[in-house]
Ligand binder design. Sequence first.
Ligand SMILES: Cc1cc2nc3c(=O)[nH]c(=O)nc-3n(C[C@H](O)[C@H](O)[C@H](O)COP(=O)(O)OP(=O)(O)OC[C@H]3O[C@@H](n4cnc5c(N)ncnc54)[C@H](O)[C@@H]3O)c2cc1C
Length: 597
Amino acid sequence: EPLTFLETVMRLYTKTYPEIQILPEYDFIVVGSGPGGAAVTNRLSEVKNWKVLLMESGGEQIPFSEWPLIVSYFQLTSFNWGYRAEKQPGQCQAMVKQRCRWPRGKGMGGSSVLNYMIYTRGTPRDYDRWAAMGNPGWSYDEVYPYFLKIENMTIPELRNSPHHSTTGYVPVGYNPYKSQVVDAFLESSKYVNQSTIDYNQPENYLGFSRIQATTRNGKRVSSYHAYIEPVRNRPNLHISLNSQVTRVLIDSESKKAYGVEFVKNGKKRIVFARKEIILSAGAINTPHILMHSGVGPREHLESFKIKVERDLPVGENLQDHITMAGLAFTHNTTELFNYNTMLAQAFTMMYNISKGGGMGSIPGGVEGIGFVQTKYNTDPSYPDIEFIFAIGSLAADSGHTVRRGMGITDECYNQAYKHLEQKNTWTIWPMLLLPKSRGRILLGSRNPLKAPLLYGNYFQDESDLWTLVEGIKMAVNLSRTEPFQRIGSKLNPVPLPGCKQYEFESDDYWACTARQITATVHHMSGTCRMGINEDGTTVVDNELRVHGIKNLRVADASVMPILIAAHPMAPIYMIGEKCADMIKDTWSQGENKVEIR
Ligand SMILES: Cc1cc2nc3c(=O)[nH]c(=O)nc-3n(C[C@H](O)[C@H](O)[C@H](O)COP(=O)(O)OP(=O)(O)OC[C@H]3O[C@@H](n4cnc5c(N)ncnc54)[C@H](O)[C@@H]3O)c2cc1C
C-alpha cells in the first residue's frame, strides 16, 4: 500500500520522548488529548502538588500533519480511528456500502490533527441556549472570558480589538496564502446583502470572511502543540501514549470512580485516581467508554450483560453538521490548483519540513466561510447555513484523498467528477448549522476494543433536507454573481449518476444529491448531554460531573446540549479550560480543601 509506506516514512521524522514509568496512582487521570483533554491537562498540571496522568490511545503527532493543504490525506492513515456510520435509508447513498465515513483523530492532538483548523466561537445565542436548558454558568457572558483566555490572535487588524486577545495558548490567524478565487467569494457577499465580518466577535453573526485558522506561520497548531508541548517537561505531568482506556472503575457501593482499566502493548492494566477522572475521548469514544463502565441506558447495557452502575441516556442526542459536498464550479483564473500543484507542495514540504507558507498553507483548500439565513430560518438571531468556500473540488486532488476520505464510490466519482481533474475548480460546501435530526451511539459488542455502532439519522427530520437544499441553491446563485462571473465560474453540468431521473437544478434534484453525497463536516457532539439530573435526558451536570457517579467528569464535544451554529473546536477548548477551573474550585473548598500551589 503506497499510503502505508508514506505514513511509515513520515513517522521517521517524529520526535520521540523517553517512555515514562506510570505510577500506580495519580491525583487526576485525563483520557484523550484533543482540544478538551489537552486544555484540562495543561491547567490541572499547573498545580505543582497535583500529579496528573494524560492517557492517549494513539502516539505522537508527526510533523507532516502540520501542513494544512494535505489535511485530508491524514484521514487515510492510522491517525484516524476509521469509523463508519451504519447504513441507513436516504443518506450517504453514493458512499461505499452506503456508509458514511466518520473520521476521528487518534494520537496526540486528537481530531485537531485531522481538522481543517477553522476557528469559530459561535453566536451568543448558542451559549445562552445552553444556560437556558438548566446550565448555570454557561451563558455567553460567562463563557466569553474563556474565549479570550484561549486565544492568541495574530491577525494584525484584530490584535487590538476588545473582542480578541493575544495572550492565550492557541494562535489564530489568516492563511499566509490568499487565492484570487477567495477574493471573488468575499466580494460576492455584497451581492447577497451581506458584508465581510469578523465572525468571532459577538455582534456579527451573518457575513463572509477569510477563515480564522489555528495556524502559526502557515502551519497547523493542534491541541497538542498549543496546550501540551509547552508544558511537557512539568515533573508532575505524566503522559501514557498508545494506551487505550477500556473502562472507568466504579465502586458499586459508594458510586465513586477510582481508576481506569486500559490496554497498552496488548496488555490489560489498571491505574488509580485519588481525586478525579476526566473523560475527553471525544463524542464517540467518551460514551463508548462510559457504557462499557456501566454508565448508560439500562436495557441496552443489560443486553450486553454489563453491570449497570447508573442508568443514563449516554450515546443519545448525537448531533452533527452535514453538507452536500458535491458542488463543483470551473473558473478561468490562471491559478492552477490541482493534483500536480499539490504533489509539488508535498515535495517542497519533504525538503523543507520546518517552513510554512505558500499554497501549502491553505487548510485542504478551504479559504473562506460565510454565515447566511435561508427562507426557512425562524430565528433571526441565528444563521442556518454556513458556506464553506474552497479552492478546488472533489476532483482537485484527482480523487486521491478528499473523496476517498468520504468514501465516495468510483462509479459516482468517475461519472460526475473525473472530467474536472485537469480543470481549475472551486466549491462551496453548504453546511446545515441547526440540524433537528438526532443520531445515537450504541455498543456493538461486549468487547471495549470493538467499535461502537454509529447512527447519524441524518434527515430523520425532513426539514433538515429542505434547508440544506436551500443552502445548495443559495451557493449556486452566489456563483452567478458578478465577482464569480468575472472569473468565468460555471456549475459542473454533469448530474450525479444516482440523480439523473430528476430535472437538473430542480429542488428534487438537489435533495437527491444531498441524499447521495451526505458528507459529515465532522462535528459530532452532544452524546453526554449537559443539563439537570431530573429531566432524564442528560448525562452530566453543569459542572460536567456524571450524574450519580462521584469523581468522574466529561470535558469534550459530548457535553454540548445543542451543537453550536459554527465549528466546535473553539468551544471545546473553552469547555476544557472551564472544566479545569471548576475542578480547581472543587478541590479548594469545603471538606475537599487541599493546598493548591
Ligand atoms: C476531518 C475533520 C475536520 C474538522 N474540521 C474542523 C474545523 O475546521 N474546525 C473546527 O472547529 N472543528 C473541526 N473538526 C471538529 C473538531 O476537530 C472536533 O470537534 C474536536 O477536535 C473534538 O475535540 P474533543 O476533545 O471532543 O475530541 P477529539 O479531538 O476527537 O480527541 C479525543 C482524543 O481521545 C483519544 N481517545 C479516544 N478514545 C480513547 C480511549 N479509549 N483511550 C485513550 N484515548 C482515547 C483520541 O485518540 C483523541 O486523541 C473537524 C474534525 C475532523 C475529524
